[in-house]
Design a protein around this ligand. Structure first.
Ligand code: F0G
Length: 438
């Protein structure tokens, strides 16, 4: 790929910035930037892209064994293959379970992004962001995070031998998430504020370009994250489900999902666009509020505590991009409670797919949209599960073990004397059928 295919534009005024910039706001109007590829040139150069992607399924080694870089030409066509830092990410399962269909009320695929190397979808964006950071000559990288971005950035920065700085809201990320950047050797600063406060600090910290910012306003990360939707439809043999349902926090992922699907459509690799549903938790629902008001204003709020701590965000950075995607894809936004999210998570877990509470928000939202008739029972959907349940074990344990936190799918351990008689007696009280909620 010796040709230059990509340019960086402002999403509002169209002003062009150099692709090697480390400042991710338009120097003219201050809005977000977006990487745009010359898809006509990409298609003309590579011919049958589906055949190319199919051939790469035989690869065992990075970069093309990756479920992101398999689609290299659609992700960052100007990045040389030798410059790719890959773990390799992607290739996550797309699961269909009768119990999940029954729970949601329609045909529901679960795309389990918790199967990525650092156990969340963030690895897809980070392989692109860190690779491009190296390519652009970055010496240090930084991010603010509710937990998963920092884990992914710390991991990929370690692989690329780049020093990493992480700003986390003190006591607001799970223990399992906190351990990751510590283990990967990042400089971790715990700030006495919320995620939005950390975001404001990291923007200031990286303003002079000395430290390369890897939050999702970095448009190169969005390019990697596009692969979620691309890989999902590839797994469905390029058939498009009627809906994609996705949890929304900072709104980078929903923006990337839409952008990737649009790219496939523009290239003629899929023949129709799905609709997209964004789901928020009611404790942090600025996108839901703005959608409900007909997008009259950009809503901001102070997000409240929630079991979906990774999406506890009151002022989503990618608001404008997400709004554009939702409007283009006849999208909807809904909200659910913590209790609904935990029940939905537990229902999917009990089908053998261990997802996080933030993913539970998406599943509960899908169920709600079916109940409201917005998604019909005859339609199909892919629900993006964004992280693994094991990253949130301390949130899940009380649901199963504490009566006051119990929900419809609680499965408490039973304290039993260590004798065979006591064990047999305890088992005799259990129903034969598998535990599937109350
Ligand atoms: N699910 C999980 C598990 C997340 O970690 C995040 C975001 C989201 C959903 C929402 O995605 O922000 O693109 O709308 N976590 C970020 C972080 C904010 O710092 O790890 P989004």
């Amino acid at each position: 790929m010796d040709q230059s295919y990509s340019k960086l534009y402002c999403i509002a005024c169209g002003h062009q910035e150099p692709v090697t910039t480390s400042r991710f706001y338009c120097s003219s109007c201050g809005d977000l930037l977006s990487v745009e590829h010359d898809l006509t040139a990409v298609a003309a150069h590579h011919g049958d892209l589906k055949a190319l992607f199919r051939e790469r399924l035989l690869q065992m080694q990075p970069p093309y064994a990756s479920g992101v870089w398999r689609y290299h030409e659609l992700i960052l066509p100007d990045l040389p293959a030798e410059g790719i830092v890959s773990q390799p990410e992607g290739n996550t399962g797309l699961y269909r379970r009768p119990a999940v269909d029954r729970y949601v009320g329609a045909a529901a695929w679960i795309k389990h992004e918790g199967e990525n190397p650092t156990l969340s979808f963030k690895d897809r964006g980070m392989t692109a962001g860190v690779s491009w950071a190296k390519h652009a000559g970055a010496k240090r990288v930084a991010c603010a995070s509710t937990g998963d971005t920092s884990a992914a950035m710390a991991c990929y920065a370690a692989a690329a031998d780049l020093p990493a700085v992480v700003l986390l809201p003190e006591n607001k990320v799970s223990v399992e998430q906190l351990v990751q950047p510590l283990s990967y050797g990042a400089h971790v600063l715990a700030l006495k504020t919320d995620f939005d406060g950390c975001m404001a600090r990291v923007k200031e910290l990286t303003e002079d370009g000395e430290i390369y910012l890897l939050n999702s306003m970095n448009p190169f990360r969005i390019e990697g994250q596009k692969a979620i939707g691309i890989e999902t439809v590839h797994q469905l043999d390029w058939q498009v489900p009627d809906w994609f349902v996705i949890p929304v926090g900072n709104a980078g992922n929903i923006s990337a999902l839409g952008k990737g699907l649009l790219t496939l459509h523009q290239l003629g690799l899929i023949d129709r666009l799905p609709r997209i549903a964004g789901v928020q938790v009611d404790a942090a629902n600025p996108m839901f509020q703005a959608y409900s008001e007909g997008w009259k204003r950009r809503t901001r709020m102070t997000a409240r505590p929630t079991v979906a701590s990774a999406i506890r965000i009151g002022d989503p950075v990618s608001f404008d991009k997400a709004k554009g995607v939702l409007q283009h894809f006849q999208g909807v936004v809904t909200e659910v409670s913590d209790a609904q999210a935990l029940d939905a998570k537990a229902a999917v877990d009990a089908a053998g797919i261990n997802i996080c509470p933030n993913s539970g928000v998406a599943v509960a939202g899908a169920k709600r949209l079916v109940e409201q008739g917005i998604i019909s029972r005859q339609q199909s959907m892919a629900i993006i599960a964004t992280a693994h349940g094991s990253k949130f074990a301390t949130t899940t344990l009380p649901y199963h073990s504490q009566p006051e936190a119990a929900g419809d799918y609680s499965n408490p351990p039973r304290l039993t004397e260590p004798t065979l008689e006591a064990v047999r007696s305890a088992l005799s009280e259990l129903p034969d059928a598998r535990h599937r909620g109350r």
